[in-house]
Design a protein around this ligand. Structure first.
Ligand code: GCU
Length: 410
C-alpha cells in the first residue's frame, strides 16, 4: 500500500504497466454495440458506472429555482460588452443555496450569441479587473486578495490571464462563469457546506458511497447554470460550450458527459479523473488523487486505489459519453502530472464511438507534436509550457467552435 512519504509519481513511459481497457462497444452482458440506437443504451450503462464508481450520483433540479438579475450594463468593458450578473437561488425544503453567474456578451453582436461557460477557481472578480464585478460571498482558500477566507477588492483581475474576455468577445462569443466555492467550497469538511446538505435525507449527514462528491457537485452546479442560460434570450441555446481547467476540466467533462444541452465540451489539463486514462498510472494516480483530495470523488472510487485494473470504466468512456458532440482535450508539455499521453489516448480510444455515430472523429492516429492542434469532431493539442490555461489554448477553442458553429468573426 502506498503511503504519503514513500509515493513518487511515475514519469517514465517504459514503466507504464500493460493494461486492457474496458470495451466501449460491448454491453455488460457481452452483446456488441453495432449501431447508434444500441449506443444510446450502452451510453446509459456507462453513465451509470461513472455515477456509481467514480463521481457519485447527483440529484436532479432542486424543488425551486429562481433567477435574479443583480446587475446589468450595456456599456461594460469600454462599450465592448453587455455584462449581466445573475443570482441563481436554489431551494430544497427549508434549505437554500445561491450561485452568482457573471456573463459578458459581445455588445456589437447579433443576439442570440454562442457562449462558453466554465467555473473559475478564484472568484468571478478574479477573471477581469472590471470594478463592477460583484465580489463572491462564499468561502475562499487563503491566498492573494483573500482575507479571513473572504474575497476582497485586491483579488480583482488576478486570474485574468486565464480568461481573455476581450478576445472571446471579439470573436463573436459570449462567456459566462461562476465561482466553484459558490457550489461547494474545495476542502474536505465531511460535506457539511456547499450544496450537498440541501439534499440529505432526514437521517443523513454525508453522501452515501455512491453519491456525489465535490466534482459531481460542481458539475451539477454547471447544469443549474445551464438551466438559466436556456432561458436567456440573448444566448444561443444550441451553441453553448462548457470548458474547464484542471479539477474544473474534470468537472466540465462530467457535466458535458451527463448533460447533452452542452453542445461542445472542452477539457484543459484535466488529468487524473478527467481525460487521462487511469490504468496508465502515469503521474497522478487514483490512490494519489483520493489521498490528496478525499472529497472530490464518491466513496466507492476509493475501492480502486492501486487497483485501477478493477475499475469497470476508464476515462476514454467519459469522452465517448460526449459523442457525437464536438469534444476538445488539451494538455501541456510540462504537465506530466496530468499525463498528456494518457489524455490523448482517451480521445483516440473514444474515436470509434464518434465514427459509429457518423462523425469524422479524431483526424490523427498518433499524438501530434507540441503546439500543433488537430481538429475534427474531436480535437486535441499539447501546448508547450506548464499546467495552465492560456490565451493560446483559448484561441484553439475559439477556432474549434468556429469550425463547428461556422461563426463569422465580427
Ligand atoms: C492538483 C491535482 C490535480 C488537479 C489540479 C488542479 O494538482 O492533483 O488532479 O487537476 O490540482 O485542479 O489544479
Amino acid at each position: 500500500m502506498n503511503t504519503h512519504a514513500s509515493w513518487r509519481p511515475n514519469y517514465d513511459e517504459s514503466l507504464v504497466p500493460s493494461y486492457t481497457l474496458p470495451e466501449l462497444l460491448v454491453f455488460a452482458d457481452g452483446r456488441p454495440v453495432t449501431d447508434a440506437a444500441a449506443w444510446r443504451e450502452r451510453r446509459a450503462e456507462i453513465l451509470k458506472l461513472f455515477e456509481t464508481h467514480v463521481y457519485g450520483k447527483a440529484p436532479g433540479k432542486p424543488e425551486h429555482m429562481s433567477f435574479d438579475l443583480l446587475e446589468r450594463s450595456e456599456q461594460a468593458l469600454d462599450g465592448k460588452a453587455v455584462r449581466k450578473q445573475v443570482r441563481i437561488t436554489m431551494k430544497q425544503g427549508a434549505a437554500e443555496a445561491a450561485i452568482d453567474l457573471l456573463i459578458y456578451l459581445p455588445a456589437a453582436g447579433q443576439f442570440p450569441v454562442p457562449l462558453f461557460v466554465g467555473m473559475n477557481f478564484r472568484g468571478n472578480h478574479a477573471v477581469h479587473p472590471d470594478p463592477a464585478i460583484i465580489l463572491p460571498r462564499s468561502w475562499m482558500a487563503a491566498g492573494e486578495g483573500v482575507v479571513n477566507n473572504r474575497a476582497t477588492e485586491r483579488g480583482r483581475g488576478l486570474a485574468a490571464s486565464r480568461w481573455p474576455i476581450e478576445l472571446i468577445l471579439s470573436r463573436g462569443y459570449g462567456v459566462a462563469t461562476v465561482y466553484r466555492g459558490d457550489v461547494d467550497p474545495d476542502f474536505d469538511d465531511g460535506f457539511q457546506n456547499g450544496v450537498h446538505p440541501l439534499f440529505y435525507a432526514p437521517d443523513q449527514s454525508r453522501p452515501r458511497a455512491d453519491e456525489w462528491g465535490t466534482i459531481a457537485a460542481w458539475a451539477w452546479g454547471l447544469r443549474r447554470v445551464m438551466d438559466y442560460l436556456e432561458v436567456d434570450e440573448q444566448i444561443d441555446h444550441e451553441r453553448i460550450a462548457v470548458l474547464g481547467h484542471s479539477r474544473l476540466g474534470k468537472t466540465a467533462l462530467w457535466a458535458g458527459a451527463q448533460d447533452e444541452r452542452f453542445a461542445l465540451v472542452i477539457s484543459n489539463c484535466s488529468g487524473c479523473g478527467g481525460a487521462a486514462l487511469s490504468r496508465r498510472r502515469f503521474g497522478e494516480t487514483v490512490w494519489r488523487i483520493n489521498y490528496s483530495f478525499p472529497h472530490w470523488f464518491c466513496t466507492n472510487f476509493k475501492q480502486y486505489n492501486d487497483k485501477e485494473d478493477l475499475l469497470p470504466v476508464d476515462q476514454h468512456m467519459l469522452i465517448a459519453l460526449i459523442a457525437p458532440r464536438p469534444v476538445y482535450v488539451a494538455s501541456a508539455a510540462e504537465d506530466l502530472c496530468a499525463d498528456p499521453k494518457g489524455e490523448f489516448l482517451s480521445v483516440k480510444e473514444a474515436d470509434p464511438v464518434y465514427r459509429l455515430l457518423g462523425t469524422d472523429g479524431l483526424p490523427v492516429a498518433d499524438m501530434p507534436p507540441v503546439d500543433r492542434p488537430v481538429m475534427g469532431t474531436m480535437g486535441y493539442h499539447i501546448r508547450s509550457g506548464r499546467h495552465d490555461i492560456t490565451e493560446y489554448d483559448w484561441r484553439c477553442y475559439l477556432d474549434f467552435a468556429d469550425r463547428h458553429w461556422s461563426c463569422v468573426r465580427r
